[in-house]
Write a protein that binds this ligand. Structure first.
Ligand SMILES: [Fe+2]
Length: 370
């Protein structure tokens, strides 16, 4: 058997009412909390009120940085870092989707390590241990609550970049499925498809091993069986996809993602398309391409777990997500730029592929999706 590596230091609590029950634990990790979140969901959902009450009751001092952008960039992280320093916070409670969790991780890193976030892209060489990070995900896709990654837009280079370090893995994650009650169906589908992509890509990555596949397979089974029902509002199905997204997080924590994410980034950079929606749109075309190019055996294994690649589009359509570039308003003349952005987005991913895609390959996939 091939070598296995597994490192999962996050203490996980998964239950309804989990926030009331487990958020008080944050006092074990520091003196003053910085809540890191976006500016809408936390207030509209009533989550902020709930958290404020818990912190007041437990006499936990806190500040809030609720300025995380939907697609955060380096500047956004640096702004949060300054705020954290000004407020003298010594632990991070990141609440939200992948953006809030990843910005929380980067603030934790930057407060303790000099320079600029750009100095830490790639495998980050961190002199100092970041602040403790507590993750409270409110979407069912990111998996960031258990991973060593934070993905941030480098606005200078017009691409998404990853900070990778085991030192930014959250110490504690509270998975409270109640939060999904406030998530619009479209975002359940989109973030669920992000998790779906994580598991598919992890399974196909050359870095996968027995344990990462275990998580990828279980996550795919849960997602394939439950995602549509979750989008329709079924509470038990939502619980299952919430768990599936964490399982997918364990899978990519070992392997990283491959070209679905790398190509998907192009739509987020060019049109601001939601990350999960972008991945879902390209996924069927990329799997078709890979099946014809050196991945026949692996794709067949995946088809035995989920469905035939040709049926995948139908599954995605039923979630209310687009599966053609035209549907999101892309123009034929944009394809050249999407190819360039995809090549840039796939730089890291290419190391986990059996072969290097040529520019022509990117054209083929993107044209096909058009
Ligand atoms: Fe993702």
């Amino acid at each position: 058997m091939d070598e296995i590596y597994f490192f999962a230091p996050t203490k996980i609590y998964f239950r309804r009412n989990g926030i009331e029950n487990y958020l008080p634990l944050v006092k074990n990790y520091g003196k003053k909390v910085l809540i890191v979140s976006g500016k809408n969901f936390i207030y509209k959902s009533g989550l902020f009120e709930k958290i404020k009450n818990i912190f007041e009751k437990e006499k936990i001092d806190f500040s809030i940085f609720s300025n995380v952008k939907p697609e955060p960039d380096v500047e956004n992280v640096e702004e949060g870092t300054e705020f954290c320093e000004k407020e003298n916070c010594d632990l991070i409670v990141a609440i939200g989707g992948g953006s809030a969790l990843d910005v929380g991780k980067c603030i934790a890193l930057r407060v303790k390590n000099q320079g600029n976030l750009r100095d830490y892209f790639g495998e980050a060489n961190l002199k100092n241990q970041p602040l403790p990070i507590i993750a409270v995900p409110t979407t069912c896709g990111t998996g960031s609550e258990v991973t060593r990654y934070a993905v941030i837009i480098d606005e200078k280079e017009k691409t998404k970049k990853t900070v990778a370090s085991e030192k930014i893995i959250p110490v504690l994650a509270i998975l409270d499925p109640d939060v999904l009650d406030f998530l619009p169906p479209k975002l359940i589908g989109a973030t669920g498809m992000d998790a779906f992509s994580h598991s598919v890509e992890s399974y196909l990555a050359t870095t996968s091993d027995y344990m990462s596949k275990l998580f990828a397979i279980e996550s795919l089974k849960l997602l394939y069986e439950n995602l549509k029902r979750a989008v329709e509002g079924d509470k038990q199905a939502k619980e299952k996809i919430f768990l599936a997204s964490t399982f997918a997080g364990y899978a990519i924590n070992r392997t990283g993602t491959i070209i679905v994410h790398g190509i998907g980034y192009s739509l987020t950079i060019k049109y601001g398309i939601h990350h999960g929606t972008a991945n879902a749109l390209f996924l069927p075309y990329i799997l078709e391409f890979m099946k014809e190019n050196k991945y026949e055996k692996e794709i067949e294994e995946l088809e035995n777990i989920i469905c035939r690649t040709s049926e995948l589009k139908n599954f995605i359509i039923k979630l209310g997500l687009p599966i053609k570039l035209r549907e999101i308003g892309a123009k034929q003349q944009d394809i050249e730029e999407l190819v360039e952005l995809s090549i840039k987005g796939c730089e890291r991913a290419m190391k986990r592929m059996k072969f290097n895609l040529t520019k022509q390959d990117f054209y083929r996939i993107i044209n096909h999706a058009y």
